[in-house]
Design a protein around this ligand. Structure first.
Ligand SMILES: [Cu+2]
Length: 125
C-alpha cells in the first residue's frame, strides 16, 4: 500500500513538471515582429559587420554608412538594391520572413576589389 502511494506521488510530480515545461514553451520565440537594428559601414572593399544574424520574423533595420565613396547594398533574396551615399547613413528595412543564409554585396562599382565586397545574412528559426 505504501509503495503505491509513493509511486502516485512520484507520478504527480512528473506530471506537474511536464505541465510546467509545456506552459513555458510558447514564451521562447524572442519578440516576434521585434525590430533588429544593425549599424554598418561600407568602404573599399568591405562591409562591417559582414555577417549579420537575425531571427525569423524580425523586422531588420540596417543603417549603413559609406565611409570612403559611394557604394551599394544588394540583398537579392529580399529584393533590395540600395545606393549608399558617402557619409550619409542609409536605412534599409525588411522583414526576415524566411530562414537561410543569404549573400549581400556591393552593387556600385568601386574599384578592383569591388567583386569581393560582400557578406552574409543568416536568418535563424
Ligand atoms: Cu563596389
Amino acid at each position: 500500500m505504501k509503495r503505491s502511494k509513493t509511486y502516485l506521488l512520484a507520478l504527480a510530480v512528473l506530471v506537474a513538471l511536464a505541465l510546467r515545461a509545456l506552459a513555458q514553451e510558447p514564451a521562447a520565440p524572442s519578440a516576434p515582429g521585434g525590430v533588429h537594428e544593425v549599424q554598418m559601414t561600407a568602404k573599399k572593399y568591405e562591409f562591417n559587420p559582414n555577417l549579420i544574424t537575425v531571427k525569423k520574423g524580425e523586422h531588420v533595420k540596417l543603417v549603413i554608412t559609406a565611409l570612403d565613396r559611394e557604394h551599394g547594398f544588394k540583398l537579392e533574396a529580399f529584393g533590395i538594391d540600395q545606393k549608399l551615399k558617402k557619409g550619409d547613413p542609409t536605412t534599409i528595412e525588411f522583414t526576415a520572413d524566411k530562414v537561410g543564409t543569404f549573400k549581400f554585396q556591393c552593387s556600385e562599382f568601386c574599384g578592383f576589389g569591388h567583386g569581393k565586397m560582400k557578406g552574409k545574412l543568416v536568418v535563424e528559426e
